[in-house]
Design a protein. Structure first.
Length: 460
């Protein structure tokens, strides 16, 4: 995905150096190829190619610095994508002359020879569509004056890791047909104790994951400005010459949904008073249940579908149960010492011979029962749904032929997958400190109610 700030420097030849070695310099230009940026260089010495190859084999953070149009640019986590060479021969020497294309993960614009350990005091970030989430709390429209705001206010929250502000503004677009003013919202992260670029990036990424969870949809990061920490003079931190632009290259992009992108599942108005606590709970949840977040985020950005989606969801729910619901599962085991297995879509239970050992069925049953204030299923129906999920999971995981006739069939898998997706979402919201009653009352998604009705139709 191209970026307007970075595009200013595309196809302009600059001079670049390998980190800590100004002798290994070369001319190069930034190019946008196949939806990503690359550094394309020429007149490169063989010694630089050897050094790049050596650092890549050692898994070091290969870094290039350079000047483009008299602006300093740094590239981090570079890799040699391809290279070729011409040979220049004269009377006195034989010298290969390389051309090369370098990939990279991160760009910094506007700071002279910055190191990856440089401390950051603040970050100003624009997240895609964030104004949809906070607009009801951040402004009020005056119906008598149309576009003018009756009130605009910043929202501030303190967390254990940083202070966060939602800063409102206006964006302006003009065409031959019309002119438009739209609300835009920037998010400012203030770090009381200056942090490294890597730590700042991690906090920004984690916040992006949280708002993606709240929308059940991938949220892109549009712009990042980082403010350098100056120990000798804190006032310099926010001067324009001490602000540099940061861009994540090769960012994962969500696949276009087959249905319209929904609004956020919970209105910010409903959780705004506790948003600081929710952020702190999110930090704790990331530490306690990192596998769940990683697996579920792949689902959010639509990297998983159909059978793989079902397997990933069941795996994430098992991890959640193992981490947070062990005692509750023991109680389910006492109530259901033998796992009911449902034959096809009938309600004819049969029994297996495994006694007093908690199975995946017990864990799934417990989780559905826990969030049932949002679903309102009968207890007997929860048994059947858990059996459908587990039998399908076992068939595709272990090729359990005896469960083949009890699979959730293709036409119903989408419904069950959506149900599990809502289930895991509600579990995560609850771990963030949002009470189940509020979720049951306020949770919204375009297919939420219809999915519950489709499951009831399958049960009838």
């Amino acid at each position: 995905m191209s970026n307007k700030t970075i595009d200013k420097y595309v196809n302009i030849i600059g001079q670049f150096w390998l980190k800590d070695n100004h002798d290994l310099s070369f001319p190069a230009q930034l190019e946008f190829i196949d939806s990503n940026y690359y550094l394309v260089g020429s007149m490169i010495k063989h010694d630089l190619i050897k050094e790049v190859d050596s650092q890549q084999h050692k898994s070091l953070n290969l870094t290039f610095y350079g000047l483009v149009d008299n602006i300093h640019i740094s590239f981090f986590f570079c890799g040699l994508k391809q290279s070729s060479y011409n040979v220049r021969v004269d009377i006195e020497n034989f010298e290969p002359n390389f051309s090369a294309t370098f990939s990279f993960d991160e760009i910094l614009v506007g700071e002279a020879f910055i190191t990856y350990e440089t401390k950051v005091s603040a970050a100003l970030v624009q997240f895609e569509k964030l104004e949809e989430f906070v607009k009801e709390r951040i402004c009020q429209f005056d119906p008598q004056k149309g576009l003018l705001f009756k009130e605009i206010r910043q929202l501030k929250y303190d967390t254990k890791e940083y202070n966060i502000e939602f800063i409102p503004g206006l964006s302006y677009t003009s065409t031959l047909q019309k002119e438009e003013f739209n609300l835009s919202v920037s998010t400012r992260f203030n770090f009381p104790e200056a942090v490294s670029i890597e730590t700042a990036r991690t906090h920004i990424a984690h916040f992006r994951m949280l708002i993606s969870m709240l929308k059940l949809h991938h949220i892109d990061i549009c712009n990042i400005e980082l403010h350098i920490k100056w120990d000798d003079n804190p006032e310099k931190d926010f001067q324009p010459e001490n602000i540099f632009y940061y861009y994540l290259n090769h960012m994962p992009q969500g696949i276009t949904e087959l249905y319209p992108v929904p609004t956020f599942c919970l209105r910010f108005d409903d959780i705004s008073s506790d948003f600081g606590k929710i952020l702190d709970n999110w930090f704790g949840f990331l530490k306690d249940a990192e596998p769940i977040v990683e697996m579920f985020y792949q689902i959010l950005i639509n990297k998983s579908h159909d059978i793989n989606l079902l397997l990933n969801l069941v795996q994430a729910m098992e991890v959640f149960s193992n981490r947070f619901r062990k005692e509750e599962v023991k109680q389910v085991l006492l109530e259901h010492p033998r796992t009911p297995q449902i034959c096809s879509y009938s309600k004819l239970p049969c029994q297996n011979s495994k006694n007093m050992t908690a199975t995946t069925w017990h864990k799934i049953y417990d989780l559905i029962n826990y969030v049932n204030p949002c679903f309102n299923f009968e207890k007997s129906d929860i048994e059947i749904i858990a059996s459908w999920i587990v039998d399908t999971r076992n068939y595709y995981t272990h090729y359990g032929r005896k469960t083949k006739n009890t699979l959730v069939q293709f036409e119903e898998r989408g419904t069950i997958n959506r149900l599990m997706r809502y289930l895991l979402t509600i579990l995560i919201y609850n771990k963030l400190g949002i009470n189940m009653e509020l979720i049951a009352d306020k949770f919204y998604h375009p297919f939420y109610k219809s999915t519950l009705q489709q499951v009831r139709d399958m049960l009838s």
